[in-house]
Design a binder for this molecule. Structure first.
Ligand code: NCD
Ligand code: ZN
Ligand code: ZN
Length: 347
């Protein structure tokens, strides 16, 4: 198979940033995806419907003419989010989910939730509205080994939340472990997970290949090979609980190549090509469309897209760096090849 035509996919977990950075990265996503769930971890975070409306307009204003793209907005859950905020968000029509970050777990998460017990009224409201709760599923306890933080989050928190709020829709974001995949596969209806291209293609050796590699550092951190294999098995299984979320998370080069470098991989420049590689290695290209284009809208109860994209088998070299406002960023596979390429002839 040398070309692959798919229903236009959506990205169910994306960081677009703001300002010049937003203008630099948005076209990469809009070329491939019809919609994306836009993460709210700006500084300051997107906390209210008014914040989300303003950010949504900045995204639309940053779109190159002729590229149709719909940003699906999210609110950043804090200790002070109220049930009213949730009802207001649902009524807006453009806020599609609420994002839970444990305080301090990842980039710009210092306003995150300090204690899940404080969120009960919000979770009740989410259940009633049917709006999903998106979770960065890691504990922040410094005594827990960084490679175990996802599995421990499931044991300590997620099992209880899922049981205590039986109608709450939950997406365990960017799963990285066999435990994450297994929890989602075995859980009740209404619990799903996004999987990134980088966690399907890389294991933790990438962080230390020949030296310390800041551009392979993300959160949750890459895990050992057995976990990567479990994620591939989940992604290609055809189980509608698993769907595409790139977690493309651009950071300026100098902020990653630093004493205390930022977490996040930039993958939006060739996201669909990278997913195609992962599915092809697993002999499951026929499962890519369900994962990339159907399972996400079905979970969010949004219509599937009507247009298509086409990928060609063509080896090409990813640039060593890309413009990022005043700075540059180093994309995944910088200076190396990718086996598929998005065809400009979108249908
Ligand atoms: C994300 C970011 O940079 O905003 N970083 C990352 O490593 N994934 C935050 C996140 O998704 O946790
Ligand atoms: Zn996260
Ligand atoms: Zn993210």
């Amino acid at each position: 198979m040398d070309s692959l035509t798919l229903t236009r996919p959506d990205d169910w977990h994306l960081h677009l940033r703001d300002g010049d950075a937003l203008r630099a990265v948005l076209p990469d996503t809009a070329r491939q995806f019809a919609r994306a769930i836009v993460m709210p971890n700006l500084r300051p975070p997107v906390r209210s419907v008014a914040d989300a409306a303003a950010y949504r307009q900045r995204i639309l204003d940053a779109l190159p003419p002729g590229l149709p793209f719909e940003p699906l907005m999210t609110l950043y859950l804090t200790d002070n989010t109220s049930a009213d905020d949730i009802h207001h968000a649902r009524a807006s029509g453009f806020v599609h989910a609420v994002k839970y970050y444990p305080a301090g777990a990842t980039t710009n998460s210092d306003s995150g939730v300090t204690d899940l017990q404080r969120c009960e009224a919000v979770f009740d409201a989410l259940q009633d509205t049917g709006m999903p709760l998106l979770m960065h599923g890691e504990v922040t306890d410094p005594n827990v080994d960084i490679f175990d933080r996802e599995a421990v989050f499931i044991e300590r928190h997620l099992l209880r939340v899922a049981e205590q709020f039986p109608r709450l829709k939950i997406v365990l974001e960017h799963i990285t472990t066999a435990q994450g995949a297994q929890f989602v596969a075995q859980s009740r209806e209404g619990i799903g997970a996004t999987i990134t291209a980088h966690h399907l293609l890389l294991n933790r050796n990438a962080i230390f290949a020949g030296g310390l590699r800041p551009h392979a550092y993300c959160l949750p951190v890459l895990k050992r090979e057995t976990h990567r294999q479990a994620l591939v098995a989940a992604a290609i299984s055809g189980n509608p609980k698993f769907f595409l979320g790139t977690d493309s998370a651009p950071h300026a080069r100098h902020t990653k190549e630093a004493d205390c470098g930022c977490a996040g991989l930039y993958t939006a420049h060739s996201a669909m090509a990278l997913y195609a590689e992962a599915f092809e290695h697993a002999g499951a290209l026929h499962r890519l469309e369900g994962f990339a284009s159907f399972h996400g809208p079905d979970f969010y109860r949004l219509p599937r897209n009507q247009t298509q994209i086409c990928l060609q088998r063509e080896v090409w070299t990813v640039p060593a760096e890309l413009p990022f406002g005043e700075a540059t960023l180093v994309p995944m596979r910088a200076g190396e090849s990718v086996a598929w390429r998005l065809s400009p002839a979108a249908v």
